[in-house]
Design a protein around this ligand. Structure first.
Ligand code: SAH
Length: 348
């Protein structure tokens, strides 16, 4: 099934010409799509054109099938795709606006030991238009459109490894920042990766200066290998080379994600090694306590120890924040809600 949201404005113009329509129709369709509308809901398009489109394209590639609201205001969405697969997204309210965390793949094949997204492996990549549609659907759901955008920031931190779906993610970033559409700048997007070095290097040359975030979780290669299989392919030193290259090419400082796991990566030794590796680097460390996943045995660092670890890093001269765990009560961590849905939990 083809997806209209995959199309840029230029692609749509070509499509209109090929269907014997006037090219200006492309702009109308593009705006409708970016307002989150399906083909049948487009009121300024003729019935005949809608029928032509519906014979080739799915009406709306994404439906919100569930919304969960956390005590802290965080909202979690479960989306159904046109082929019946489900993915999830999380909406977080901050002082400066609304951030939507989106999925880039159905499942994931990276195999990180603490992460729920990877439990069933990779099912398939999301297309650029499907990733975009997560944002368009939620923006519309909370009362926004392309003139009155409700979502200001996007983080690619839902299920999936964005750089394992490189072409679609890059195309998605181009669609997202198109001035005729939802128009969210790459500067308001954070892309998180477990460290696919060649793709990190390629991304630096795309002219899409997103905030690059690296899931580090341990400064030691041997420890990293135990929790993140990708560490068998790329060393921390190679990853740092790719991050520095990203800074040189884009002028954007980078971020390190560090989920605190009791006794694994919250030790004095880890703090010292983080200092040695990153003290003089243009980076910021985001600490978060591990979200417990029922299928996994790893335990989160306690609040008290997490606070001590943060203060230790600060003292060592690193730029660091300990993030609140948002939406913990609604399965906020990657892949947890989808997992429960697939397992047929009666609450879902
Ligand atoms: N694949 C990408 C993006 C998705 S995950 C990546 O690896 O960066 C977004 C972040 O959540 C990553 O830093 C990931 O390591 C982290 N994460 C996954 N499961 C978690 C859990 N149970 N508790 C805390 N953080 C988790």
């Amino acid at each position: 099934m083809k997806i209209l949201a995959d199309y840029s404005l230029d692609n749509l113009k070509e499509l209109m010409v090929s269907l014997g329509e006037k090219p200006f129709r492309a702009g109308q369709i593009f705006r409708n799509i970016h307002n989150g509308k399906g083909i049948t809901e487009m009121t300024d398009i003729s019935k005949a054109l809608k029928e032509k489109l519906l014979s080739e394209f799915c009406d709306n590639p994404i439906q919100i099938i569930k919304e969960l609201v956390s005590k802290d205001g965080t909202k979690k969405y479960l989306f159904k795709l046109y082929d019946g697969n489900v993915i999830e997204g999380v909406l977080m309210n901050y002082k400066y606006g609304n951030t939507l965390c989106v999925s880039t793949q159905v499942g994931c094949r990276m195999g990180c030991t603490f992460c729920a997204s990877t439990l069933g492996g990779l099912v398939r990549n999301l297309s650029s238009g499907e990733i975009l549609s997560e944002i368009l659907a939620v923006n519309r759901h909370i009362g926004g459109d392309i003139n009155k955008r409700q979502i200001t920031n996007v983080v690619l931190m839902g299920s999936g490894e964005p750089l394992d779906n490189y072409d679609n993610v890059v195309n998605f970033l181009r669609l997202l920042s198109c001035p005729d559409g939802i128009n969210i700048s790459p500067r308001n997007v954070s892309l998180s990766t477990c460290g696919l070095v060649p793709k990190m290097i390629a991304l630096a040359d795309e002219g899409l200066p997103v905030n690059l975030t690296l899931s580090l979780h341990s400064p030691f290669d041997e420890e990293r290998k135990k929790i993140m299989p990708i560490a068998n392919s790329y060393k921390v030193s190679e990853i740092i080379g790719a991050l520095d290259n990203y800074f040189e090419k884009t002028g954007r400082r980078y971020y390190l994600e560090y989920s605190l796991i009791q006794g694994v990566n919250d030790t004095e030794l880890c703090a010292k090694e983080l200092q040695r590796l990153f003290k003089s680097k243009p980076c910021h460390i985001n600490l978060i306590r591990l979200n417990s996943v029922k299928e996994k045995s790893l335990i989160a660092t306690t609040d008290k120890k997490a606070d001590e670890f943060m203060k230790k890093l600060e003292k060592l001269g690193l730029s660091v924040t300990l993030r609140r765990r948002m939406g913990d009560d609604i399965d906020g961590a990657c892949g947890q809600l989808r997992r429960r849905y697939i397992e047929g939990d009666s609450d879902n």
